[in-house]
Ligand binder design. Sequence first.
Ligand SMILES: [Zn+2]
Length: 116
Amino acid sequence: MPYRWKDDKRAYMQEWCQKSNSESKEAILNFYGRKCNWPGCTWTDPRALQLDHINGNGHLERKHFNDYRTKWKRVQEAPDEYQLLCANHNWVKRSEKKEFIQPLEINRSIGALPNK
Ligand SMILES: [Zn+2]
């Protein structure tokens, strides 16, 4: 029964990916102290803690990967480029530092315009 084997393999791979992803998220949370890095913020609930790119440009990285296994590798390679922020402070930072995608930037990132 080839279909059963295929379904079993798919279920195994999904389970492995979910387990590996959640282990990597835990590793990231532990690495950055399991709390929001915003001055004065005491948020510790991991459901709303997000990995933030300190210098912005997270949207460029998310085009290439968006799984915690790869994020954990990147954190280990360049720990000073990231921080944990609660969801509220992540959005406040985006607003204050204007970390939203500009139309010109989108065109450059998809190759429609040359980089300057
Ligand atoms: Zn916060």
